[in-house]
Ligand binder design. Structure first.
Ligand SMILES: Cc1cc2nc3c(=O)[nH]c(=O)nc-3n(C[C@H](O)[C@H](O)[C@H](O)COP(=O)(O)OP(=O)(O)OC[C@H]3O[C@@H](n4cnc5c(N)ncnc54)[C@H](O)[C@@H]3O)c2cc1C
Length: 448
């Protein structure tokens, strides 16, 4: 039998993880991406000696699949655990170090009422009772818990002050989730993944990881895929534009690792009605970040400052990374990354860089005057669909989507989907969704 031929559409982290697993399983794989650089939302640049992550920047030591991949790609040294990193939270009278990961720590967060804090002691018991359903690799298994919002759930079990001062800022600072509409499953999975974790970054940003995979898998850039046609024999014809020429290629299987809107456009003709509905209902939020390079050091340790929405600032979080500690920031300098709230980001997507800089730096100065210090680098990044939303009901829709996928596979359709919108709002989630799509492809095309 000849080697099965697979096309992966999209060179984001989901597409690359799928392609890499397929290549290692002996398949002939090509990744096609319409962009001129690989990585999708994962993207870093070096600017004035600073590594600027334009999209994601923060990982955790619990990101097992990504860490495993780094080891296999001989990039394990890139993973830099920041054991001394602090988490802090802003409130009107200042910035306090907090510990959102631990029950006693939550009780000490400024603004969490004493009796609400005491109720957090119920969390470990609740987590144990849900444990069987909360599998970060198969989030759809928690569909039966997906009938309540995070705000209803946290408000009911732990009190409103815990929602606004603990759960909301904790989840928002990493996934930009809206506490009012987010499913409680998103929050519970976050707790399951993050409890006891340590933040981490990649020493040279994400460029090395992306390069390591694209060196091992054929990746064709500037290739805009426009349609997929499924032949009755099971093969799939992929139509795309490359250098202003329309081309077609026929393969045994396709993994669509684009965002949901593009996935719908490309594969509409091959989708069942529930799949169309699922993709059409996928939502994401805008992301806007300002990265500053300061010419001095004012903190010993890296620090993530969360900003509760009730403080009415345009900022969701501020990451402070001092140089000189063996990390990736030049000695004597500090990297500051200010992430805007999703609401502010959506309203300022089209604003001029100068306006964004002025407003975010002014707001950051209210948190700590030192953020307004002399800087040698400034960078604005804006991404319209930065993070997928997992609102109430989304995990039930996800479970249905996967069920329909199984039915279609059983009928011989060799079309698979990958992306963070199918898994969770992080690189690790996107990476895992690529592995899951590859595993299905391997099982179908290579049953032995
Ligand atoms: C500002 C920001 C901050 C973030 N912070 C963090 C963080 O700190 N930690 C964390 O873990 N996660 C973070 N994330 C989330 C993380 O970046 C994403 O979850 C992940 O990168 C999504 O990868 P993906 O492969 O699913 O999608 P994408 O990266 O969007 O990849 C999709 C690819 O498909 C291609 N494509 C689309 N249509 C076509 C077509 N027709 N033909 C060919 N190619 C096509 C696109 O060009 C793109 O390359 C952040 C995201 C953003 C934007």
């Amino acid at each position: 039998m000849s080697t099965p031929r697979v096309i992966v559409i999209g060179s984001g982290i989901a597409g690359l993880s799928a392609a890499w697993r397929l290549a290692r399983a002996g398949f002939s794989v090509s990744v096609l991406d319409k962009a001129e650089r690989p990585g999708g939302r994962v993207w870093s640049e070096v600017k004035s000696g600073f590594i600027v992550d334009k999209g994601p920047w923060l990982l955790s030591n619990h990101d097992q699949h990504l860490r495993e991949a780094l080891r296999e790609l001989e990039q394990a040294n890139e993973f830099c655990e920041l054991r001394s990193a602090e988490r802090a939270q802003y409130h009107r009278s200042g910035v306090d170090e907090i510990d959102p990961y631990e029950v006693r720590g939550v009780m000490r967060i400024p603004g969490v009422r004493f009796y609400d804090g005491l109720r957090i002691f119920r969390l470990p018991r609740l987590m144990r009772s849900y444990a069987e359903l909360l599998d970060p690799v198969q989030p759809e298994q928690a569909a039966s818990l997906d009938f309540r919002s995070m705000s209803d759930f946290v408000g009911l079990y732990f009190g409103v002050s815990s929602l606004h001062r603990w759960a909301g800022p904790w989840l928002g600072s990493t996934s930009l989730a809206d506490e009012k509409t987010a499913s409680r499953v998103l929050f519970l999975l976050h707790v399951a993944k993050q409890l006891g974790s340590t933040p981490a970054v990649l020493r040279s940003g994400f460029a090395g990881l992306i390069r390591a995979i694209t060196e091992r898998v054929e990746t064709r850039l500037g290739v805009d895929v426009t349609a997929l046609n499924l032949a009755p024999t099971g093969e799939i014809e992929v139509s795309f534009w490359h250098s202003e020429v329309e081309e077609r290629e026929t393969v045994d299987a396709v993994v669509v690792a684009t965002g949901p809107a593009q996935a719908l456009n490309l594969s509409k003709a091959a989708l069942s009605y529930p799949e169309e509905q699922f993709l059409a209902a996928s939502r994401g939020c805008a992301g806007l970040c300002l990265t500053l390079g300061l010419d001095h050091v004012f903190a010993k340790n890296a620090r993530l400052i969360q900003v509760p929405h009730s403080e009415n600032l345009p900022i969701e979080s501020i990451w402070v990374e001092p140089g000189g500690g063996g990390g990736r920031v030049p000695a004597g300098k500090t990297l500051i990354r200010i992430t805007a709230t999703r609401v502010w980001a959506a309203a300022h997507m089209e604003a001029a860089d100068e306006v964004i800089q002025k407003e975010l730096i002014a707001a950051a100065g209210r948190i700590d005057m030192r953020f307004q210090g002399e800087r040698s680098m400034s960078d604005v990044s804006r991404i319209p669909n930065a993070c997928p939303s997992f609102e109430v009901g989304r995990y039930r829709e996800l479970a249905r989507f996967y069920q329909v996928q199984e039915d279609q596979r059983a009928r011989g359709r060799r079309l698979y989907f990958a992306g963070d919108y199918l898994q969770g709002p992080s690189i690790e989630d996107a990476f895992v969704s690529g592995l899951r799509a590859a595993d299905r492809t391997i099982a179908d095309l290579n049953p032995n």
